[in-house]
Design a binder for this molecule. Structure first.
Ligand SMILES: [Cu+2]
Length: 348
């Protein structure tokens, strides 16, 4: 209803503006001033060009200076330093060109407004100018693109052998993470096995699945490579962790990946930001439906020793859901029992 009222309001305002414009034209026709180039509002239009130029750049600079700290979050990954450098170099080059061209565009519209006593000068063509404004941008853009390609290849290279492999799965409307457990191999999954409890569709004919565990939070070791195996269960989602400069789409039926090295633990980041409540998080940046806004996953970066301790305390999914033992083939039942015993259950 509010949307409808706004639409009606905008329509009425536009209709009034159109009427005023038509009236203005009519008055000009009566006065015959319309025959002159530039019409009756020549000086006013020229003046408005300058108002717009100064006003919009003034706002841009004021906002950028005041809120510069919000333009980029502190970096918490190794590759983040490289991608940020690329971002800021691109920003500076394109920003300077943008400012120069916009200032000239608006200033010339003002300076060369219609004047009865001035004759316009035309260049039919100028080869030197044409060459200049073709070659210079071509060289600059080539350098930027090649530089970007180098950075992309580095970030997208295969993960180091010792990387921690963790699966992250998006669905409407949450993220779930799965760790490979002690065997360091993620068990296979099958979409036909997905049900209300077995959200990942773990396939229990695969022995690698018995010790996989599914925590509520994503824990990462500081200073060690981590490879996220990304998938989606229903529609498009996108893994976005701004502090790690990490963003990768989660596509149903097409697994993606992203590897990186976290460089600051949650505790260190709390100190750096002066915010004792600080937490890393993963958000979804692909509008995926009604609950899209709620797709938040808490991320904890631990010191390596704390990370190992946390891992050893996690209980395999199978031991938390023993009814799924029935899906384990007879000859693997004993192995499944052993592998799904976590340290904590062994102690009991
Ligand atoms: Cu989403």
């Amino acid at each position: 209803m509010i949307g409808f009222s706004i639409a009606v309001g905008v329509f009425i305002i536009l209709a009034i503006l159109l009427l005023i414009f038509r009236l203005h034209t009519l008055v000009n026709v009566m006065k015959e001033s319309d025959k002159k180039a530039g019409g009756g509002f020549n000086k006013g239009n020229a003046f408005l060009f300058m108002v717009f130029l100064i006003g919009s750049f003034g706002l841009l600079f004021w906002y950028s200076v005041k809120n510069f700290h919000l333009y980029q979050l502190p970096i918490a990954s190794e590759h983040g330093v490289t991608t940020d450098r690329l971002f800021w170099i691109t920003m500076w080059i394109t920003g300077i060109v943008f400012i120069i061209t916009q200032v000239l565009l608006f200033y010339f519209s003002f300076k060369y407004r219609h004047d009865e006593n001035r004759r316009a000068l035309f260049f039919p063509d100028n080869n030197r100018l044409e060459l200049l404004w073709t070659i210079v941008p071509a060289i600059v853009l080539t350098i930027l693109v090649v530089y970007g390609l180098f950075v992309w290849n580095k970030v997208m290279a295969p993960a180091p052998k010792n990387a921690e492999v963790i699966e992250i799965m998006g669905y409407q409307f949450a993220w779930r993470v799965r760790y490979p457990g002690k065997d360091e191999v993620l068990g296979t999954h099958d979409y036909r096995k997905i049900d209300a409890t077995n959200e990942f569709g773990l396939d229990f004919t695969d022995r690698a699945a018995y010790d996989d565990f599914v925590p509520r939070e994503l824990h990462l070791p500081k200073g060690q490579p981590v490879e996220l195996k990304i998938r989606a269960r229903d529609v498009l989602h996108s893994v976005f962790a701004p502090h790690f400069r990490l963003k990768m789409d989660a596509v149903p039926g097409m697994p993606t990946r992203f590897w990186f090295i976290p460089t600051k633990s949650t505790a260190e980041m709390r100190e750096e930001t002066g915010n004792s409540e600080f937490n890393y998080e993963i958000a979804c940046t692909e509008v995926c439906g009604k609950g899209h806004f709620s797709m938040r996953l808490l991320v904890v970066v631990d010191e390596p020793a704390d990370y190992e301790k946390w891992k050893s305390e996690q209980q395999p999914w199978l031991s938390k859901n023993p009814e799924y033992m029935a899906q384990v083939p007879q000859d693997l039942k004993e192995l499944a029992m052993i592998k799904s015993q976590s340290e904590s259950t062994k102690l009991n």
